[in-house]
Design a protein around this ligand. Structure first.
Ligand SMILES: Cc1cc2nc3c(=O)[nH]c(=O)nc-3n(C[C@H](O)[C@H](O)[C@H](O)COP(=O)(O)OP(=O)(O)OC[C@H]3O[C@@H](n4cnc5c(N)ncnc54)[C@H](O)[C@@H]3O)c2cc1C
Length: 199
């Protein structure tokens, strides 16, 4: 059980069929003893007078008409609330870009979802000499893509610091899956700020 917990309960307001997880992830969690409570939505965190969490109030749900996502809308069942005693809560209700760094960094361009905009191949941001990659650029993706972006950025940073054009070579991303998706040509010489600086 994760982190040495005696018991883990996972509340989900729809059913197992709608859960946004791979089947094997659900099966592995169940094998490890996670107690899934389907059609159960947390509606209130309960605490004591010291502000320490002691439990969660749960409302039972039923499935209704499909919502905009195409999945059946979870509909609360009036009067069905019950409490669960616990000592820790982990909230997992979606993924988004953490705005702390992007909002505090002047001149850093982000898209409408707060993701950092970079040059496609070099990973350089709108701030010359500042590079970014991974989920903060692509949105929620995978470890392998984040590692690939890191590798490309490292290569660009090396070129940038040496004052040479940022050229992306095949070996810079040789271990990365879906290489063609993240770097269309294998060798690209970009008209970048680095090139201008080098002249
Ligand atoms: C529940 C879950 C399951 C997943 N399962 C898989 C899977 O099975 N396979 C897979 O390939 N991918 C999986 N992913 C996706 C994968 O975790 C991400 O794509 C990957 O971690 C992205 O790497 P990253 O380096 O871009 O970002 P992160 O791994 O999120 O690293 C960003 C780091 O920056 C730190 N940070 C943030 N803001 C600041 C700041 N202001 N100052 C300093 N540090 C800061 C954060 O603390 C964090 O350590 C999963 C993701 C989740 C949420």
């Amino acid at each position: 059980m994760c982190g040495g917990c005696e018991k883990v309960i996972c509340l989900y307001r729809r059913t197992r069929s709608e859960a946004p997880a791979r089947i094997e992830e659900l099966e592995h969690a169940e094998e490890e003893g996670v107690d899934f409570r389907w059609l159960a939505a947390p509606v209130e965190v309960l605490g004591n007078e010291d502000g320490i969490v002691t439990g969660v109030r749960v409302q039972k749900m039923e499935l209704g008409e499909p919502d905009l996502s195409g999945r059946p809308r979870p509909v609360p069942i009036d009067g069905s609330e019950y409490d669960i005693e616990l000592d820790s809560i982990i909230v997992g209700i979606g993924q988004g870009a953490n705005p702390l760094l992007t909002q505090a960094t002047e001149g850093l361009d982000v898209d409408t979802r707060g993701r950092i905009i970079t040059e496609e191949i070099t990973q350089m941001t709108s701030i010359p000499g500042v590079f970014a990659g991974g989920d903060i650029v692509t949105g929620a993706a995978t470890v392998i893509l984040a590692m690939g972006a890191g590798k490309l950025a490292a290569h660009s940073i090396d070129c940038y610091l040496r004052g040479v054009p940022m050229v992306v070579e095949e070996e810079a991303a040789e271990d990365v899956d879906d290489v063609e998706e993240i770097m269309a040509p294998t060798v690209i010489e970009l008209e970048t700020r680095t090139q201008n600086r080098a002249h």
